[in-house]
Design a protein around this ligand. Structure first.
Ligand SMILES: Cc1cc2nc3c(=O)[nH]c(=O)nc-3n(C[C@H](O)[C@H](O)[C@H](O)COP(=O)(O)OP(=O)(O)OC[C@H]3O[C@@H](n4cnc5c(N)ncnc54)[C@H](O)[C@@H]3O)c2cc1C
Length: 321
């Protein structure tokens, strides 16, 4: 398995951001994540092309991986343990308290776990959950270099805006040495809008537009975030945001966007606010993972352990490491 143990620096652009940098350090310490506050001189030794104001946060254990390789490997391990993966057989509906229709097949269950990403809210509603929530899709794209390059060695991130659920534009050094700038988080009007008109569903366009409009009208923070993110439709805006993080780089090598991803962002329909934290609802028959927001891939193993211990088995089991 390829892992790029490149580490990450988080760089500041203003005095206000320096305060947040120290807050990130406090959170890292609390959660047992190794991080260091470094000054400009130390930053130069770690990543000579990074630009910061006075201080930066250095996270030496940060790495990049190929998520598909990891998923394939987990699938192989689970298949050996007898787990079945019925692909192309979507959940269709709940039949009764012990069975669901999946593809053309009736499947009986003792406990159902719904981790359907963009569709988790819809499925949860069939079971009486996600009453206050809906998932609003946002499209994420990265600009990528065509081949390996070396103008930076580390991932370089801006200090996140604590009032925006999306990370700002950053540099990622991939496992293959190619460098990415992004992501965008632009509104998407149907859920699986990966490419042009792919998977277009008119009912979803209606529902998503309605949800977007309600949040835009009722919540000024939502409005401000969407306006900020819409700027990222412009390629030159993304490149100029990235420019603030480094001393210099050649914009012309970022010609193409890579494959898109759609972020399943939960919104609270009572307050019209973005939900920032993980949300899990359920009862003795079913568990619904409603907001597995980024970095839910990175956190997937401890998060799964948490879900299984707290929501699936309750006090009946404690998993051993
Ligand atoms: C642009 C972008 C960049 C990101 N970067 C990072 C990062 O750097 N680090 C990080 O940790 N996280 C990152 N994330 C977030 C990460 O991808 C998600 O948090 C994670 O994928 C959530 O996992 P999940 O299993 O809950 O949902 P998903 O990965 O969406 O999986 C849901 C699965 O359910 C299936 N499904 C949906 N509906 C049905 C149905 N009706 N029946 C059956 N199956 C169904 C889908 O096909 C899919 O396979 C990023 C996300 C985006 C969009």
């Amino acid at each position: 398995m390829k892992i790029n143990k490149c580490g990450k620096v988080v760089v500041a652009k203003s005095e206000e951001e320096i305060e947040i940098l120290f807050e990130l350090k406090r959170r890292g310490d609390k959660n047992g994540v190794e991080t260091y506050i470094v000054d400009e001189k130390e930053l130069k030794e770690i990543e000579s092309n990074a630009r910061t104001l006075k201080y930066a946060l250095w996270s030496p254990k940060n790495s990049t991986v190929d998520p598909l390789e990891i998923l394939k490997s987990i699938r192989q391990d689970l298949e050996q343990l007898g787990v079945d993966f019925p692909f192309s057989a979507p959940y269709r509906k709940k039949l009764d308290s012990n069975s669901v229709l999946v593809g053309e097949n009736l499947i009986e269950y003792e406990k159902l776990i719904n981790s359907a990403g963009l569709y988790a809210d819809k499925i949860a509603k069939d079971f009486g959950f996600s009453e206050n929530y809906v998932i609003v899709p946002f499209k994420g794209l990265y600009l990528e270099t065509e081949k390996e390059c070396s103008f930076i060695k580390r991932n370089i991130y801006p200090v996140p805006n604590m009032r925006n659920p999306f990370l700002g534009v950053h540099f990622t050094v991939g496992v293959d040495g190619r460098i990415k700038i992004g992501p965008t988080a632009t509104p998407s009007f149907w859920k699986e809008n990966y490419k042009r008109l792919s998977n277009l569903k008119l009912k979803e366009i209606y529902e998503t537009t309605k949800n977007y409009l309600s949040c835009l009208i009722k919540n000024k923070d939502f409005r401000r975030t969407v306006i900020d993110e819409i700027k990222k439709y412009s390629r030159s805006y993304i490149l100029s945001e990235a420019e603030k993080l480094v001393i210099s780089y050649d914009k012309t090598i970022f010609k193409k966007y890579g494959k898109s991803g759609i972020r399943a962002q939960l919104v609270n329909l009572r307050t019209y606010e973005f939900v920032y934290d993980f949300v899990v609802e359920g009862d003795s028959k079913s568990v619904h993972i409603l907001n597995a927001v980024s970095p839910a891939f990175t956190a997937s193993l401890p998060f799964t352990r948490y879900v299984v211990e707290k929501h699936v088995f309750g006090d009946r089991f404690t998993l051993l490491s």
